[in-house]
Design a protein around this ligand. Structure first.
Ligand code: ZN
Ligand code: ZN
Length: 193
């Protein structure tokens, strides 16, 4: 789990959409995180001269938090002092906002290759808890239906037994209540998915 340095609630999504390099892209702001060496590797897929590494021009320790090692990144010029980006001096990674990759390529005179990438937020996985809850409800309803069946059976047994052969007395209330539990629980068990 890597959090976007710009959007606190977004998790970066790994994608190889840009030239088969596993980059981390934010589904919210579409910024791209390049681990050390990945930016150079990506740029090499374009036509033109790519520097071996990027050092920030007049870096200042006021950048965003590094999504990889959490230390504060430096903010400085990339290729041109006007193109301010965030680079982590600890792990060597670079964070580029959506249009900055295209600007870097323009400044370096590179042509060809992809310049931006969009990723989908991974589907959330809260499907499991409600299913469990429904299963619990289903069991409860099935149990109610069984208890209802037992109550109805008992009352019918008492009702149809010859006088004096059983100790209990027939209760119309208990029979009706058991019948309702049986029907309600039964229908509920079938309806609840
Ligand atoms: Zn973001
Ligand atoms: Zn770092």
């Amino acid at each position: 789990m890597t959090t976007c340095p710009k959007c606190d609630s977004e998790t970066l999504v790994k994608t190889e959409a840009l030239g088969n390099i596993p980059l981390d892209v934010c589904p919210g702001c579409h910024g791209i995180w390049f681990d050390k060496g990945e930016l150079e590797a990506l740029l090499k897929q374009s036509q033109g001269e790519v520097p071996a590494g990027f050092e920030l021009l007049s870096p200042k320790p006021e950048g965003l938090p590094c999504p990889r090692c959490k230390s504060r990144m430096s903010r400085g010029g990339l290729v041109n002092p006007m193109l301010l980006v965030d680079k982590c001096e600890s792990c060597g990674g670079v964070w580029l906002d959506p249009r900055e990759l295209a600007l870097v390529k323009k400044l370096l005179g590179l042509t060809g290759g992809a310049e931006s990438v969009e990723v989908e937020r991974p589907a959330p996985a809260p499907a499991a808890p409600p299913e469990k809850k429904n299963r619990f409800l289903k069991y409860t309803l099935a149990l109610a239906a069984l208890i209802g069946l037992a109550m109805v059976s008992y009352e019918l047994y008492v009702y149809f037994s010859p006088e004096g052969s059983v100790t209990g007395h027939f209760s119309a209330g208990a029979a009706s209540f058991g019948f309702l539990m049986l029907v309600g629980g039964g229908i509920g068990t079938i309806k609840v998915k």
